[in-house]
Design a protein around this ligand. Sequence first.
Ligand SMILES: C[S@@+](CC[C@H](N)C(=O)[O-])C[C@H]1O[C@@H](n2cnc3c(N)ncnc32)[C@H](O)[C@@H]1O
Length: 246
Amino acid sequence: MLETNKIHLGDCYELIKKIPDKSIDCIYIDIPYLFDEHGGGNSKLAHRIKKLNSKELNKISSGIDYKIFDEFKRVMKKINIFIWCSKLQIRDVLNYFDDENIRYEILTWNKTNPTPSCNNKWLPDIEYCLYFREKGVKLNDGYELKNKWYSSPINKFDKDLYDHPTIKPLELVKKHILHATQPDSIVLDCFCGSGTTCVVCKETGRRYIGIEIEPKYYKIAVNRLNGITADGQTSIFTNFDELEDK
Ligand SMILES: C[S@@+](CC[C@H](N)C(=O)[O-])C[C@H]1O[C@@H](n2cnc3c(N)ncnc32)[C@H](O)[C@@H]1O
């Protein structure tokens, strides 16, 4: 078994083989995006992505091999999985989990200040998180946990602090984890980036296994768990979303 409450540096397609069958309560992942070659209109993200070297870029934007979903099914006690993905990946992911015993929801992050778009495009103001749950997986009560949407400005503050172009809002991830897991549940994030899921688990008393292939992001995530920002400063706030709203 991979050690819990730890982020592992490596390739999740290999490391997941070390996780025993039916040992994980929930998977929370934000998969490498498949970008529309013709431009999605999100020029700020495109600008951040242009700054990456080609190795980092490939790991973030080339999509994934869906064979790893068979491993996800193997390691989960019951299917309970959140998958952030790009619009181009939604159909494949929905098709994979097309089973009468599995319920799904399309959860969204609605951005209130998207970059203006041009070229006959809609605004890039929604990100999608697909959630799948097998019959028998318990969701916790709490009106504020049950929203299918979350609305906030683009989290530039987090991006600057933790230097990851696709970092997700901590408060949003926290709502999802609090809704669909129990104290002491084991949560796997095998594309963990700057470690948002792992930080949420640490703050909410869940156990976590993080995997990140890129040494730069691995180091950022490990430091973040210890309250250190990407530029080596001690972070005194944890709830950056609230700060940004002010
Ligand atoms: C979309 S980002 C995740 C961002 C994360 N949700 C956050 O809030 O920071 C996906 C991450 O998966 C990593 N990755 C890509 N391929 C991987 C692999 N085979 N094994 C482990 N990590 C991988 C990338 O380096 C990238 O940091």
